[in-house]
Design a protein. Sequence first.
Length: 237
Amino acid sequence: MADWKQMAAAAIMSGALLMSGTQSHAAQPGLYLGGQLGWGNVTESGVSRGDMGQMINEALGYGNFTVTNFKGTTDETGFAWRVFGGYQIGYHWAAEIGWTLFPRLPIDAYASGDDHTTGLPYQAGTSGTFKTSAFDLVGKYIYPLPCCFNLYGKLGLAYLTGRSNMSVNVSETGLVATADDSDITNRLYPTGGIGLGYDFRPDISMDLSYTRIQRVGNSHQLGSMDLVLLAMALHFG
């Protein structure tokens, strides 16, 4: 019986020492600031056939034409980054606000058809960029692990802003017409994510996370967004 009690006491003391060591290295509660770098995916449909028709109409000044061939391409992934700040309450909860800049996407499209006003065939090319940024406000739950690691989940809202700038060049025999178009779209979507963190010291931490901004409703622009980011943060207590 004495041996059992000694073993139990040793186990409790070992667990207490492990937890106290984990707490001593865990990120200290209070204010924190940080930055993230990584990969972003923007679900953007680019220039549709209808968009192309509207821009050709603006360039020619009339809609008496048909679009016979159309091809639109856009790249959806690239470098993204985020800056953030928050306040950690104890060792389990935090509230955080951040600003994310998603990849700047090049947009290209091509169309050809017949101009019924002049009776001539035409060719049209569109080029431009699509930029997206987001402000987010999230709540975080942090689950401490041994050896200075932790798991966390976050949930909140993201306010997205998408800016598109495009130009079209329409050419046919004896005629060249151009038009420019810009648009700003704003959406409020739910966002959530998971991450694995490591606390080097009570005032320095890093983490690797995946975040999803989920589209709600039927939006031609500003679809769902994905982020995989590596973060560094300073904790001020």
